[in-house]
Each structure stands twice: as structure tokens, then as C-alpha cells.
Design a protein around this ligand. Structure first.
Ligand code: PEP
Ligand code: MG
Length: 314
């Protein structure tokens, strides 16, 4: 796989049985977008726009936002770009928003809840994005969705602002409610993208920032995998991607593909290896591997199974 990764470049990849899998990059800066392009990414599957909002005294205005998005778009010509709407709150504080102090911020005002409680933030961000020439397919993604009506609320603002710009609107699946209710969310979304970092935190009730529970925080826990399987099944014909850390884990990617995921978004440095890994699998074998993983009793058992699967591939 390592040898293949060195030569794969920007080529589109498919599995050994001919199913195409898009390997995109997670970006949080212009430098990441350049690295994604250099690594041969098929697009940006997660643009973390909060990098523009954190660690500063005042919110960026529309002009500043637009200039930054423009630089990122220009670094990824003709590639699909998935812009995630501002995801602050929880473990990502933005002091100038003066959000109320919370006893339990991970369960508080975060992600799309912030934007829906401050419509001017959502409108400014959407206006900044929509005012730009679009270099490839544009997708906008909503973080921390728990209910379908949140998607409908964002869609209403988007439709008011977008003019004739074609834009797909997707929901991140980061809460167990969104996973179990993926059919309801999909009815209001053009695509779903699983944020496995938060989905794992909420499924296992283990704070992703707390070292005392870090050892239990494994996205290959069968409880998390069952939520991902449920998401893929309930999504029906709505495409499902994974943009959390699980997508970049070589032990996890075959299981995700076996469950029906066809887009993986990983850090730029993992793009080539992930593409190479895809070419070594068949969807048929990955699907039967995934079924076995869902029947395991622990993350450790899934990891042992995944190691055996990887050995058989090489
Ligand atoms: C996730 O939760 O998996 C995700 C991609 O978002 P973030 O890590 O930025 O919360
Ligand atoms: Mg998240």
C-alpha cells in the first residue's frame, strides 16, 4: 500500500471490484488547501471555517471572510468543496460572541445552534460564500445537527440568499439522534457527512477533550459502528461521507466502505495512503468484513479483526 501511495497522485481511485471512492481532504487554512491539492485530493470534504473565527477579539466581516474563502477556493480549482458552517461552542470557544457560560458546553449552544440563535452570523457567512465565483461543485455543510427542522431552517436562509448559485446542502451526522434519524435528516439534506469525532464522543458519553476517558474513545467501538451502519441504511439514496478521524484510520476505512460510504475526507497527509488502500479492497469483501465488525463486542475485538483483514490484503 505504501509503494502504491507514492505513485497514485491525483488519479481517481476505485476499489478492486470497480466501485469508485472519492478521497477528499479536510482543510482548515489556505496552506491545508494547497497541501490537499499537492496530495492529489479529489476535493475538500470538510473546510473547517472556524479557523477564521477563533482566537481573535472580533468576528471577521463579510469582506474578510470572502477573501479567505476565495484564496481557499482558488487553491482547489475544479474540485468539489464542502464548506462547513461555523462550528464554535463546546470545545471551540469564540469569546467575542459572548455566548453564555455553560456548565456542560459539549451539550450546550454549539455548532448550528449558535448560528440559528444568531441569524446575523449565518447570513454573513452564507453571503460571504455565495458571493464568490464557484470553481467547482459547492457544498455547504451544517455541523451538530440533531433534528431535521434545523436543516429546514438553514435551507430557508440559503434559498433566500443564493440567487441562482447551485449549492448542495448537507448535514453532519455527529449526534446519535442524527444517525438513528438519518432518514428524517436526509429528507431535508442533499448529502450526509459523518463527523466521527463528535459522534464517538456522544455515542460513548466520553468527552473528547478529557484524558481520563481518552482510552475508551474509539470510533471502532461497535456501538459507534452500528450508528454509522444505521446512518448508511436510513440515508437511502442520499450520499453518505465520513469526514471525522475514523476516515483516516486504515483499520476503519475498509469497514466504512463496506457499510456503504463512498467518500472519505482525511487530513491532506493521509490522502495518498487512503487512496492506495481503496484500490486494494473489494466492496464485497469489505461488506462482509463490516458485518463481522458489527457483531464484535468491543473496539479491541474490532481492531483485532481489522488487523487480520489488513494482513490478508497485503
Ligand atoms: C467530527 O466531529 O468528526 C468533525 C469532523 O468535526 P470536528 O472534529 O471539527 O468537531
Ligand atoms: Mg465535530
Amino acid at each position: 500500500v505504501e509503494a502504491r501511495a507514492r505513485t497514485i497522485g491525483a488519479a481517481a481511485v476505485h476499489t478492486a471490484d470497480g466501485i469508485s471512492v472519492s478521497v477528499q481532504a479536510n482543510c482548515g487554512s489556505v496552506a491545508d488547501a494547497q497541501a490537499a491539492m499537492a496530495a492529489g485530493a479529489d476535493g475538500c470534504g470538510l473546510l473547517r471555517t472556524e479557523f477564521l473565527f477563533l482566537g481573535r477579539a472580533a468576528a471577521p466581516d463579510i469582506g474578510e471572510q470572502r477573501a479567505t474563502y476565495r484564496a481557499i477556493f482558488e487553491a482547489l480549482p475544479e474540485r468539489p468543496i464542502t464548506v462547513r458552517l461555523l462550528d464554535v461552542g463546546g470545545d471551540k470557544p469564540a469569546p467575542y460572541l459572548s455566548l453564555p457560560a455553560e456548565e456542560n458546553p459539549a451539550l450546550g449552544l454549539r455548532g448550528i445552534r449558535v448560528a440559528l440563535s444568531r441569524p446575523e452570523i449565518l447570513e454573513a457567512q452564507l453571503s460571504a460564500i455565495l458571493g464568490l465565483p464557484v470553481p467547482g461543485p459547492l457544498r455547504i455543510m451544517v455541523p451538530m445537527v440533531a433534528s431535521a427542522h434545523e436543516m429546514a431552517a438553514v435551507r430557508a436562509v440559503l434559498d433566500r440568499l443564493r440567487g441562482d448559485t447551485a449549492v448542495a446542502l448537507g448535514a453532519m451526522v455527529e449526534t446519535p439522534a442524527a444517525a438513528i434519524g438519518a432518514d428524517l435528516i436526509a429528507a431535508e439534506a442533499d448529502f450526509l457527512s459523518i463527523g466521527s469525532n463528535d459522534l464517538t464522543q456522544y455515542a460513548l458519553a466520553a468527552d473528547r477533550g478529557n484524558a481520563a476517558v481518552a482510552a475508551m474513545l474509539d470510533g471502532l467501538h461497535p456501538g459507534v459502528l452500528r450508528l454509522i451502519a444505521e446512518t448508511c441504511t436510513r440515508a437511502g439514496s442520499t450520499p453518505v461521507s465520513v469526514c471525522g478521524g475514523l476516515a483516516a484510520d486504515p483499520m476503519a476505512a475498509p469497514i466504512l466502505i463496506g457499510l456503504g460510504v463512498r467518500t472519505l475526507s482525511v487530513p491532506p497527509a493521509q490522502v495518498a495512503l487512503t487512496k492506495a488502500l481503496v484500490t486494494t479492497l473489494t466492496v464485497t469483501a469489505a461488506a462482509s468484513h463490516a458485518r463481522q465488525a458489527l457483531a464484535c463486542a468491543s473496539a479491541a475485538e474490532v481492531r483485532a479483526l481489522a488487523r487480520r483483514f489488513a494482513e490478508e490484503l497485503s
